[in-house]
Design a protein around this ligand. Structure first.
Ligand SMILES: Nc1ncnc2c1ncn2[C@@H]1O[C@H](COP(=O)(O)OP(=O)(O)OP(=O)(O)O)[C@@H](O)[C@H]1O
Ligand SMILES: [Mg+2]
Length: 248
């Protein structure tokens, strides 16, 4: 299995803070890789570096065989890499369907035009994606009227409108109730298995990680502390001391 994403020796500083220090991480094509670590360990910073949100200070990032570390967000998105945010970002006054229609990359159109002038194929794709997330009964419901867990599902649907090959998810189940967590796990598995999309997932919930990821990377203080299968990671002494021990 070849790597869809290869992060090699990435360092990112904010003034005197070294948020990421020489991080290396591989994401094989078709896989689900997990990223864990204590608060402030540099997980979101690594996502921001990967998707081109800010320049890195050292290292390289290769996506599908191409060096992307000097590209910016729109170019990287066009290559097929899309992320979701730690803070949920759905448009509360718009319907679920409209939220999806404004997520397609048409930057030159106004919001209203993007909702009304989309080709039928785009609208149909939006409906299919909402069906995949079991949100088809909520097409016309306002984003703000969905439960928090449904908003998390909707946000993933919005990301799918960009037809990613690699989807980066920043704590997709944070703050979500246990029933909706199961729906989110099912959706992520479907996205991976049925749509063939590779996933890199930041997640604090180890139980979710055990069910999803084939490989887990644990960061601490901006560095890679350990990598391995979920079973290896949950029994790794350094990971337990730095992270898992503090969770329970
Ligand atoms: N834009 C920024 N400017 C300055 N410092 C930053 C910036 N973004 C992140 N940091 C710092 O970098 C370090 C890593 O933060 P980051 O948000 O990547 O951690 P995290 O692992 O995602 O944490 P959490 O689990 O709380 O989301 C922290 O010390 C944080 O304060
Ligand atoms: Mg974070």
């Amino acid at each position: 299995m070849t790597d869809l994403l290869a992060v090699r020796g990435v360092t990112k500083r904010f003034g005197g803070v070294v948020a990421n220090h020489e991080i290396s991480l591989q994401v094989p094509r078709g896989s689900i890789v997990g990223l864990i670590g204590p608060n402030g360990s540099g997980k979101t910073t690594l996502f921001n570096s990967i998707v081109g949100y800010h320049p890195i200070d050292a290292g390289s990032i290769v996506f599908d065989g191409r060096e992307i570390s000097r590209l910016r967000v729109p170019e990287i998105a066009r290559l097929g890499m899309v992320r979701t945010f730690q803070q949920t970002r759905v448009f509360g006054k718009m319907s679920c369907l409209q939220n999806l229609l404004i997520s397609v990359p048409h930057v030159h159109e106004g919001l209203a035009a993007m909702c009304t002038r989309q080709p039928p194929a785009v609208t149909e794709r939006a409906r299919q994606i909402l069906r995949l997330a079991s949100l088809e009964d909520h097409l016309d419901q306002r984003g703000a009227d969905l439960s928090f867990g449904q908003q998390k599902l909707l946000e993933i649907c919005m990301a799918l409108m960009n037809e990613p090959r690699l989807l980066l998810l920043d704590e997709p189940t944070a703050g979500v109730n246990p029933v909706m967590i199961e729906s989110l796990i099912a959706l992520l598995r479907d996205i991976n298995a049925r749509l063939g999309i590779t996933l890199l997932v930041i997640e604090h919930n180890m139980r979710v990680m055990m069910q999803l990821a084939g490989h887990v990377c644990c960061l601490a203080h901006g560095e890679v502390l350990a990598q391995g299968s979920p079973a290896q990671i949950t029994t790794d002494r350094a990971v337990i001391e730095a992270y898992l021990g503090a969770q329970s």
